[in-house]
Design a protein around this ligand. Structure first.
Ligand code: FE2
Ligand code: FE2
Length: 153
């Protein structure tokens, strides 16, 4: 059964905005596949997205958000395992068609898991100062798109 999203704590909202752009990455990859775009063009974009958006996002979650529940918590174990798996998929150079299609699928599931389950639990358990730090560490500059090859258009 799917849980309805509850109102996101304002301190975590920058991370939820990242999630929005992450879901767009998944959409762009899907679109690229359906248009028959050369995989290496999508790989170039996804490499850029990984370095400039996914990695910094993972780091903030792991350093400031996940400790609210602790690494022994089952929900955190799952999130950390998904981060490691997604990092491997982004870094894969051997079979990029396979890794891009797995990123498209699994990254979306990861974001939905965080938005629908994990972030709600963290909001419930956190002391206010544990979430306030997110606003301080998240550089909330507006999303800068990489327009050098917009293969999804
Ligand atoms: Fe995550
Ligand atoms: Fe996330």
């Amino acid at each position: 059964m799917e849980k309805k999203p509850i109102k996101r704590d304002k301190n975590i909202q920058p991370l939820s905005r990242d999630h929005h752009h992450t879901l767009l990455l998944c959409w762009k990859i899907r679109k690229g596949f359906s248009k028959g775009v050369a995989p290496n063009r999508m790989k170039t974009y996804s490499d850029w997205f990984f370095e400039s958006h996914v990695l910094p996002h993972f780091k903030i979650e792991e350093k400031y958000l996940f400790p609210v529940l602790g690494e022994d918590h089952d929900m955190i174990k799952r999130a950390l395992a998904e981060h490691r798996r997604l990092e491997r998929l982004f870094k894969d150079e051997k079979d990029i068609v396979r890794s891009l299609s797995l990123i498209e699928e699994e990254l979306e599931l990861h974001v939905r898991y965080e938005e629908r389950e994990l972030f709600n639990e963290i909001q419930k358990q956190a002391r206010p100062e544990q979430l306030e730090v997110i606003l301080e560490v998240h550089k909330d500059e507006r999303f800068q798109e990489n327009t050098s090859d917009e293969f999804w258009k």
